[in-house]
Unconditional design. Sequence first.
Length: 422
Amino acid sequence: MPVDTPARSTQPIQSEMRKRWLYIVPCVFVTYSLAYLDRTNYGFGAAAGLAATLHISNSRSALLGALFFLGYFLFQVPGATYARRNSATRLIFFALASWGTLAALTGVLLNFWLLAIDRLLLGVAESFILPALLILLTHWFTRAERSRTNTLLFLGNPVTVLWMSAATGYLIQAVGWQRAFIYEGVPSIVWAFVWLLLVHDGPEDTPWMGQPASDLLKHRLQQEQQAIPHAADFKSALKNGSVLWLCVQYFLWSVAVYGFVLWLPSIIRQGSLRSIQTTGLLSAVPYFLAILLMLLVSHLSDKTLQRRRFVWPFLILAAAALLGSYFATGHSFWAVYGLLILAGGAMYAPYGTFFAIIPEMLPSNVAGEIMALINSSGALGAFFGAWLVGLLAATTGTPRSGFLLMATTLMGAGLILLCLTP
């Protein structure tokens, strides 16, 4: 019986290592896509007349949009701790089933306070998802792959908004905003059971990955950990000054991102006086640019193993585009719209690269909780962004003040990362 040469003997291992990209990454992408669908379709409900249907003021409608992010802020660190110590996949299953149900209820509840509680709990259910997914990816992919895998996770954000912007407009036109919420909540419940069947917490639990490939991956991940400074626990990791600055930076970034995402349909419809279907199509274009830039930035970042230099320039570019929108408002809708396309693409471009910074800065026993802390700071920023941009538009009758707010916070986020000590 012939003995395999070293090259031949490594072929099965390499094949099994490639399977990670075929099994884990698509499931992670679909899961985050569904989360983003049920998170951001509120903006289309608001543009389609949610406030008029429920007989509430525009300021209360803005508060409903923002309450999600308050719930999203509260439980991220405990969720990350559970995912690290017990099981990320089980936590994600629970989150999928819960938020699908709560998202569908958004189209059923007619009382303002019941809807407010529902939106708050929807945020709580979704607060577990991103930290758990990021922790899961650190079990499956090495440093040289991390910006790309993170980006493929975060692509669930613009890809979902891209098709949702087009589809939700037509769906609302066909069945109304309330049924649209119900129809878009059901897929998350179904996917929860598919997720539980397909995804495992680590290579050692996975039937399609043999022992040699599993051992090789674990060895590479352990080697990377040896090069990272030790942190005994979560509290000691907080003594790293960069952690608190990253929390402030991501807070400011998220003020702009979620002010943009949640109120873009309303801004476009008000400025262009188009139908809800056309508004949906126009709202999709910034996310197409975002997808292209995210893929390009993650590839260059992993190729060079550089992170900060691929984040801060895009945030400052997005700030400049929003500042241009502030000055162009009232003069030319299409000039404003073109600048919003640039701003949307640029503010999304460095997401995956940004979240590759933390696991390279801190060891695995604390990196998950720190990513959750930073993301929860972003959730708090998203609450203020979603609320203030909507409130400013409601009180002034124009999106100009919102553009200025988003430009200011993005500029601050970019400058903090530029000045941060590596």
